[in-house]
Design a protein around this ligand. Structure first.
Ligand SMILES: *Cc1c(COP(=O)(O)O)cnc(C)c1O
Length: 351
């Protein structure tokens, strides 16, 4: 896959002020050697040693080394942020001129793309997924205007759970006149190949990932994106220098090193997802269980509002997705522990 297909001129889609900008250089950018015995009087820190009296590494070098080696990429191809929500916001701010540019989003999908578009005063076009929650490539390509900069593809998709057909994603990356962002928050639960492997082939592709789901660290807020080095440098230019704090970096470094532990948790969640899917199909008022590549299952029931409330009364909180396109009367159920899944299955069967 590493054969370079086409090197597009990325600068044509970048906001002129960002292109012109020089990155802010923080004290710790100038002197990076954290481990050595130097006297640090450069950053107005309090010298009294605690675990956190020093500013964190603004480039998160050690953490990036671990993550890139696991995904088979280079450090210059990775950016880290305070959750993938921050990474997505940085992508908006590098490419989209407020009040002028546009993005395309594909409902039903993750709500943050729209929130970030609105926050940044960027117009969005919504091109619905088809009723199988797959990509309408013709509709997407047809609706692009000269001001469309970004296309957001969530795969596996939240809330439907399916991965997008890779031929169609490829068609979009190759034909969309702008940047294609593939959000892979759930990729570790899927059999589909990660688009991270295509970063060397397409320089208009950004793949976002997160440590919040499969890696079990939603609380530390750590998200990432992989892209060609030229895109990563642009994002680095505008990111707050110390956007990933020391506690987060250290915690993630420790946990990521336990590859086997993480993989066995993922394997167990996949087994539980498949068991939950099968069990839900036997519930009398469940009309449809959508097949999932993620750690949640979308189900269509007879009356979602009623079933949602009944579950709340039994102390179980799921997500009612009924207001989303193609999602009438659906609930999204996250895969829990074996005991939690047993509880939700038994509770539903007894309603
Ligand atoms: C949960 C989720 C994320 C994660 O966001 P973080 O800010 O990294 O926690 C990103 N994208 C999608 C589609 C999600 O469902």
């Amino acid at each position: 896959m590493e054969k370079t297909k086409s090197r597009l001129n990325i600068e044509q889609w970048v906001r002129p002020n960002v292109l012109a900008m020089k990155p802010y250089s923080s004290a710790r950018d100038e002197f990076k050697d954290f481990e050595c015995e130097m006297v640090f009087l450069d950053a107005n820190e309090n010298p009294n040693r605690t675990l956190v009296n020093r500013y964190p590494d603004p480039q998160q070098s050690l953490l990036k080394e671990l993550l890139t080696s696991r995904r088979g990429r280079k450090i210059e191809e990775l950016l880290l942020g305070n959750g993938s929500d921050e990474v997505l916001d940085l992508i908006f701010r590098v490419f989209c001129e407020p009040g002028k540019d546009e993005v395309i989003i594909l409902p039903p999908t993750y709500g943050m793309y729209k929130v970030l578009a609105e926050t940044n005063n960027i117009a969005y076009q919504e091109i619905p997924l088809n009723s199988d929650f797959q990509l309408d490539t013709t509709g997407i390509l047809k609706s692009q205007t000269e001001n469309t900069k970004l296309l957001f593809i969530c795969s596996p998709n939240n809330p439907s759970g399916n991965a997008m057909q890779s031929e169609k994603v490829k068609e979009l990356i190759e034909n969309f006149n702008g940047i294609v962002v593939v959000d892979e928050a759930y990729i570790d639960f899927s059999n589909s190949e990660s688009w991270v492997n295509a970063i060397g082939t397409y320089n208009n592709l950004i793949v976002t990932q997160t440590l919040s789901k499969a890696y079990g660290m939603a609380g530390i807020r750590l998200g990432s994106c992989f892209a060609a080095p030229e895109i990563i440098s642009l994002l680095n230019k505008i990111k707050p220098p110390y956007n990933v704090n020391i506690l987060t970096q250290n915690y993630a470094i420790d946990r990521i090193r336990d590859d086997e532990g993480i993989q066995s948790e993922i394997d167990l969640l996949i087994t539980e997802r498949n068991r939950l899917t099968a069990a839900l199909k036997t519930v009398s008022f469940v009309d449809q269980v959508f097949s999932s590549d993620a750690n949640f299952v979308l189900v269509r029931v007879d009356d979602a509002d009623k079933r949602y409330r009944q579950l709340i009364d039994k102390g179980i909180v799921v997500r009612n997705r009924s207001k989303q396109l193609h999602c009438e009367n659906t609930l999204r159920i996250t895969v829990g522990t074996k005991q939690e899944n047993d509880l939700v299955i038994n509770t539903l069967k007894e309603l």
